[in-house]
Design a binder for this molecule. Structure first.
Ligand SMILES: Nc1nc2c(c(=O)[nH]1)N[C@H]1C(S)=C(S)[C@@H](COP(=O)(O)OP(=O)(O)OC[C@H]3O[C@@H](n4cnc5c(=O)[nH]c(N)nc54)[C@H](O)[C@@H]3O)O[C@H]1N2
Ligand SMILES: Nc1nc2c(c(=O)[nH]1)N[C@H]1C(S)=C(S)[C@@H](COP(=O)(O)OP(=O)(O)OC[C@H]3O[C@@H](n4cnc5c(=O)[nH]c(N)nc54)[C@H](O)[C@@H]3O)O[C@H]1N2
Ligand code: SF4
Ligand SMILES: [Mo]
Length: 678
């Protein structure tokens, strides 16, 4: 069989944005491997993407538009044509606009695909329509906000810089699951003798790679960082010259805040023994090039932005921001290198419209008035399972008067509630421009197979709807390639040296943000702002998490799974098999105290809901903690609900972010009698 090789990009919401090599035979992708020429991927993929062809050509891919024929949520649909589907949407929306105004229409999307064009394809349309805006804050805005309060717009170092470090702190990050390729440089550092510490809530897949694992009580990292700073100060391990020249507010932090965080008090807050804290502070203070890699986990708390802000102070006190392998890597803001306004088109808004925080979809669907949410349009997102407070979300999705459209590749839990389901292309079937947030790579992808069935890309669907709604602006008729060309045509300093010929051939190229370690801090003062005079809280301190006074005995950490990516990949039987059952991990002592044994059916519950799990007892999880890995589809769960029935709609201290890990539960034996759906 004649076969051909094509370059593409992993489209998923993962920092690595890997380069792919796709073998195509007879119009079908038959093999997907990591691109050896991609500087970050280096020829290897994670377990999820190794058989991407099985997702692309999965027998359950949606192939035609579907019209609901049963009750909401039942999943009874009949195929219809595209013209009829789009006509129905346009007609319903015209009616809603006439009755309630366009703000009664709410788009809901996040990051099913990270390509700049397809991900943002709905913005121009919904702005032109005057629909409610969606605040897309489900992931890590608190991390970004907290970091920026100290570091401003200072770019992260090159991701491989930490290979020159002698001490790496992986802080609240399961890199072996969530950013596999960042470990190339970590392993290189280890080969050169570096120590790697993990500061996390439990021993996950990354723990075996680390020399030391420190368990911190969830939501208390701010206190831990302040405890380290207290000891650095007391042990005379600070870089006074760096502090004097490049840091604003070190003296104020030392005077007003650090005295409150002696080791004994920090131990009481964080659960980290004072002796361990001292070892950690000494290791950090004495290292030549200490490197800090904070994940997103610790920011998904009521105090999440403040926690990150406190962490960002650590490298300042030891002068690590100026050292070649040192400093900190939060994420790369590569999106900033493109004129996103060309896609977003806020200028098309007819006037001011309301903004709805995506984490509070449950409240929006059930409680908003003047106008209510009369129509929900979901694309590349799966809110029925990924969004907090699942019971509220499902109750909202079940409203018979809510007109819901879902554009998807699979009949997800959200699609089951749609009035109309539209089939979406996969990344191998459409063009896009990708950028990473864990490296500085950008890459252009062209379609390598024709669309499966009658599936259409996000851009095509919005352009079809725009025609029916009578929108005539040029952005509604530009092809994906034209939009990509426009994004690349606008000059940006980070792209000045980029080899455009390589980019055009589909190869990855690296942006140059000028990140060599230096003393250039892109903050208003030009210094690292330990004291930020523009924030109502000018200095970092430890704030309690939301759940600190919830009487349920176990903190629930709802961490990422190795074999899934949020709710993506659950279509794949091979990966599901490797994941096994939907489990709740508990320390054997916590299980024993409740008379529960490994493998038992259990129910975790709190004031928001109850969820059935299979119990796994493991010493990898400390006492006081329950861990649920992955965001499961309801049909593969032992009960009718998945983990987000236990997480709340409360927001972070800054950035309006999700608080997925800031919840408490208790656990009892048995599974609940199946509830009536939804
Ligand atoms: N395999 C896989 N890869 C993924 C994803 C996935 O679901 N699966 N998701 C993708 C997405 S959307 C994102 S945003 C990134 C996220 O990737 P990361 O940046 O790694 O962040 P998280 O995975 O959310 O959090 C990682 C860790 O935070 C820990 N943690 C939770 N609370 C605390 C705390 O209070 N303190 C400390 N120190 N640690 C805490 C958890 O135990 C968990 O191990 O990964 C992406 N890649
Ligand atoms: N409890 C708990 N909940 C979490 C998290 C957690 O750690 N714990 N993580 C949170 C995080 S970090 C994030 S980022 C969110 C992610 O939430 P979502 O962005 O909703 O991500 P996914 O669950 O991956 O769902 C994406 C969907 O997009 C579809 N899709 C893929 N490509 C395309 C396309 O080109 N077009 C269209 N129309 N559809 C496409 C896929 O089939 C998939 O069903 O989940 C959050 N939810
Ligand atoms: S590591 Fe991330 S970017 Fe790379 S293939 Fe896996 S999911 Fe995609
Ligand atoms: Mo995310």
């Amino acid at each position: 069989m004649p076969s051909s090789l094509h370059r593409s990009v992993c489209p998923y919401d993962c920092p690595d944005a890997c380069g792919l090599v796709v073998r195509v035979e007879d119009g079908r992708a038959v093999e997907v491997t990591g691109d050896p020429e991609h500087p970050f991927t280096r020829g290897s993929l994670c377990p999820k993407m190794n058989r991407y062809q099985d997702t692309v050509h999965h027998p359950e891919r949606l192939t035609t538009p579907l019209l609901r024929t049963g009750r909401k949520g039942d999943g009874a649909f009949a195929p219809i044509g595209w013209d009829e589907a789009l006509d129905r949407i346009a007609a319903r929306w015209r009616g809603i606009v006439a009755t309630h105004g366009a703000e009664a229409i709410l788009p809901y999307s996040y990051a099913g695909t990270m390509g700049l064009v397809q991900r943002n394809a709905g913005h121009a349309f919904f702005h032109r329509l005057g629909a409610s805006k969606l605040d897309r804050t489900i992931c890590s805005p608190a991390k970004s906000a907290g970091w920026a309060l100290v570091m401003g717009a200072t770019p992260a170092p090159h991701p491989d810089a930490c290979a020159a470090s002698d001490l790496i702190l992986l802080w609240g990050i399961n890199a072996a699951a969530t950013t596999v390729h960042s470990l190339h440089a970590v392993r290189e550092a280890k080969r050169n003798g570096a120590q790697v510490w993990l500061i996390d809530t439990y021993d996950h897949a990354t723990a075996p790679l680390c020399d030391r694992v420190v368990h911190v009580r969830p939501g208390t990292d701010g206190a831990l960082a302040l405890g380290i700073l207290h000891l650095l100060d007391r042990l005379d391990l600070c870089d006074e010259a760096f502090l004097a020249a490049h840091v604003q507010g070190a003296a104020e932090l030392r005077e007003r805040i650090l005295p409150d965080y002696p080791p004994e008090r920090v131990e009481a807050i964080t659960g980290v023994p004072a002796a361990t804290l001292r070892e950690l502070a000494e290791a950090y203070g004495r290292a030549r090039d200490p490197h800090l890699r904070p994940g997103n986990g610790l920011s998904r708390y009521g105090n999440g932005a403040m926690a990150l802000r406190t962490l960002a102070c650590l490298p300042a006190f030891v002068g690590a921001y100026a050292k070649p392998g040192g400093g900190a890597f939060a994420s790369t803001n590569t999106g900033g290198a493109f004129p996103m306004h060309l896609l977003e088109r806020e200028d098309l808004l007819p006037g001011p419209v309301r903004t709805i925080n995506m984490n509070q979809l449950g409240r929006a669907l059930n409680e908003l008035q003047d106008p209510p949410v009369a129509s929900l349009y979901v694309y590349h997102a799966n809110p029925a399972v990924v969004t907090p407070d699942q019971n509220a979300v499902l109750r909202g999705l079940a409203r018979e008067d809510l007109f819901t459209v879902v554009h998807e590749r699979f009949l997800t839990d959200t699609a089951l509630f749609a009035d109309l389901v539209l089939p979406a292309t996969s990344s191998l079937e459409h063009a896009d421009l990708y950028r990473a947030f864990g490296s500085y790579c950008i890459q252009r992808a062209r379609p390598v197979v024709v669309p499966v069935g009658q599936s259409r890309s996000n851009l095509e669907v919005f352009q079809g709807l725009a025609r029916l709604m009578g929108f005539t602006e040029e952005v509604f008729s530009q092809s994906a390639d034209e939009l990509i060309d426009a994004l690349l045509a606008a000059p940006h300093p980070w792209r000045e040296g980029v080899d455009t010929a390589r980019l055009d051939q589909g190869l990855a190229v690296e942006l140059d943000p000028g990140t060599a370690p230096g003393l250039r801090f892109l903050t208003p003062s030009g210094k690292v702002e330990v004291l930020n005079p523009r924030d109502p809280e000018p200095l970092p301190r430890h704030l309690p998490a939301h759940s600190a006074d919830d009487p349920h005995p176990l903190q629930l950490v709802t961490a990422p799974a190795v074999q899934g990516l949020n709710s993506t990949f659950h279509e794949r039987e091979d990966l599901r098999r490797r994941m096994g059952a939907m489990t709740l991990l508990l320390n054997p002592a916590e299980a024993g105290a409740r008379g529960l044994a490994d493998g038992a059916p259990v129910t975790a519950f709190n004031g928001l809901g109850e969820v059935a799990f299979t119990l796994r007892t493991t010493a990898k999880v400390p006492r006081g903690l329950a861990v649920a890995e992955g965001v499961w589809w309801r049909r593969f769960a032992p009960g009718d609900r998945t983990v987000n029935a236990l997480t709340s709609q409360r927001l972070t201290d800054r950035g309006g972010g999700s608080t997925f890990y800031d919840n408490r539960v208790d656990v009892r034996a048995g599974w609940p009698v199946p509830a009536v759906r939804p």
